[in-house]
Ligand binder design. Structure first.
Ligand code: FES
Length: 534
């Protein structure tokens, strides 16, 4: 309903005729308007049900003003405008009676009001994760003339304090989805997909989650003010309140993500942690802020801080404990030439030791480590992801390998910017290799996965993302993240020896089954564990 601007009155017939017919369809330009004569008066609304567009003229009118669309039983109060059952709001038209004549005000609401209505509907769609409604509301937002990225900005704002552990894959995949969107014409319906994927993922990650508020205000009296070192120390101390206060202080000083990226990357690489997520999240948060602008910085950074504070530090468990010693031993003098094949079959301590032997040239070492990760992914023994009768430490799946690649991608970018972080990034890549070496089958035939035309491969693979068919966001997130990371790495080193392996490994991942639920394995492991816990 217009809340400002000129009325645009259209005569649509007489009250007597409408009363005799009960309802009537009128057309005004492109608009189809359903006109009802109910016990409570005359009402006009869009004939297209806001759910799936079926004609409301065929609906049932009860209680004088409650219209039911019989396709899916949505109910609308034509008097108040409320959607009583269902989701989207129904467009109504103000009715004016002049004697026996019916006039409608068909003026469209001003763009700002339309945009606000669409965002209101989008927010409401989060309650039950109504994916289809999200697509419609974002489309309505775009049609209002507003920036459709506002849907994402608002979704980030609505959800950031409902994330118990901060940043999720939804944020990490968001810049990759947005990059994909930039290759599509805005009016192409396919351009909605990336936005709905990210907004839907945020809605899913916070579905029925309570608020987990962040501490308010800048540093308390007696607390040190912001400095990069103090921020890193607060994260290391797992002190969310202090880290948040420092962040707020930094933002109040006018600092932005470019100023904060170095300490955040430092904190993320302070440990071999969270299976690489921390570094990936720092990299992707920066990209996302660049896409969305500074207004998105605070909620994104708060979530990122929380995820860094809560990250699990795997270098403290026995399997990766050699990492600390290797980092201490790094002196950047190791000059032994290294190739990917030198690193693929080593356990964690051996992979770390071999990495140290080539520490003098971080770029060459990075290429060898990434090539080794690609080789391992190409040779992942798929039978291992299907097993059920094994200890938890043997659980493995595709994502254990793809994380080696996406982690490497973030390491190259962030350590390239902050070279003092190379030792950590490279040794942590070696941890991935050492962990995954147990789960590959070097003898398998991988010829079939070769990618003869890399441009055609990327084009087809990115196009498939727009209709990926995976119901779980965690799957579509990894598809877009892996593909984007691989393309970035190939573009950064198009002639590197490991490029064909990385492409083949990516093709194999995209075209192979991804087992997401392990009912039998869970049951076996639960029974085995509980049998010895008493
Ligand atoms: S189309 Fe009207 S309720 Fe579904």
């Amino acid at each position: 309903m217009p809340d400002q601007g000129e009325a645009q009155l259209v005569h649509v017939g007489s009250l007597d005729d409408l009363a005799a017919q009960g309802r009537r369809l009128v057309k005004v330009g492109r608009k189809q308007i359903a006109l009802f004569h109910g016990e409570k008066g005359v009402f006009a609304c869009n004939n297209r049900c806001p759910h799936e567009g079926f004609p409301l003229m065929e609906g049932s009118l009860a209680e004088g003003c409650v219209l039911t669309c019989n396709w899916h039983n949505w109910k609308f109060d034509l008097e108040s405008g409320e959607t009583l059952v269902g989701g989207d709001a129904l467009r109504r038209y103000p009715v004016r009676l002049r004697g026996d004549e019916i006039w409608l005000d068909v003026a469209d609401p001003p763009p700002a009001a339309r945009a606000a209505k669409a965002l209101e509907g989008l927010r409401a769609s989060f309650r039950r994760h109504e994916y289809d409604q999200m697509a419609r509301e974002i489309s309505r937002l775009q049609r209002s003339g507003a920036d459709p990225l506002d849907a994402l900005r608002r979704a980030i704002d609505w959800t950031h304090d409902h994330l118990e552990f901060g940043t999720t894959h939804a944020h990490a995949a968001a810049p990759d989805w947005l990059a994909l969107r930039e290759n599509l014409a805005p009016e192409d319906p396919a351009a909605l997909v990336p936005l709905v994927e990210v907004v839907g993922n945020l809605a899913w990650d916070t579905l029925r989650e309570p608020a987990y508020p962040y501490a308010e205000g800048p540093c308390a009296e007696g607390q040190a003010g912001y400095s990069p070192e103090v921020l890193v120390a607060a994260i290391e101390g797992e002190d969310e309140a202090a880290a948040v206060a420092l962040l707020r202080g930094a933002l109040a000083e006018g600092l932005g993500f470019p100023d904060l990226e170095r300490p955040l990357a430092t904190a993320a690489l302070a440990h071999y942690q969270d299976f690489g997520h921390s570094v990936i999240y720092v990299y992707k948060t920066g990209q996302l802020i660049r896409h969305l602008g500074p207004s998105a910085a605070e909620p994104l950074l708060l979530a990122l801080l929380r995820s860094l504070v809560y990250a699990r530090r795997e270098d403290l468990i026995p399997e990766f404990r050699a990492y600390g010693g290797a980092l201490a031993a790094w002196d950047g003098t190791g000059r032994r030439p290294v190739e990917a094949c030198d690193l693929t079959g080593l356990g964690v301590p051996q992979a770390l030791a071999r990495t140290l032997e080539s520490s003098a040239d971080p770029q060459a070492l990075f290429g060898a480590l990434l090539g080794a990760a690609a080789w391992q992914q190409l040779h992942f023994d798929l039978e291992r992801q299907g097993r059920h009768d094994q200890p938890i430490s043997q659980n493995v799946g595709w994502l254990d390998f793809t994380h080696g690649i996406t982690f490497g991608n973030a390491v190259r970018v962030l350590c390239g910017r902050y070279p003092e972080l190379w030792p950590r990034g490279l040794l942590q890549m070696a941890c991935f290799l050492g962990r995954n070496a147990r789960f590959v089958d070097p003898e398998q035939d991988v010829e079939a996965w070769a990618v003869p035309d890399r441009d055609a491969f990327f084009k087809a693979a990115f196009a498939r993302l727009l209709d990926h068919g995976a119901p779980e966001y965690i799957v579509s997130c990894h598809l877009v993240k892996v593909l984007t990371a691989v393309r970035e790495e190939v573009e950064a080193a198009p002639d590197a020896a490991w490029v064909p392996t990385l492409l083949a490994a990516t093709r194999r991942f995209l075209e192979s089954p991804l087992k997401r639920k392990h009912s039998l394995r869970t049951a076996y492991q639960a029974a085995a564990f509980t049998a010895i816990e008493d």
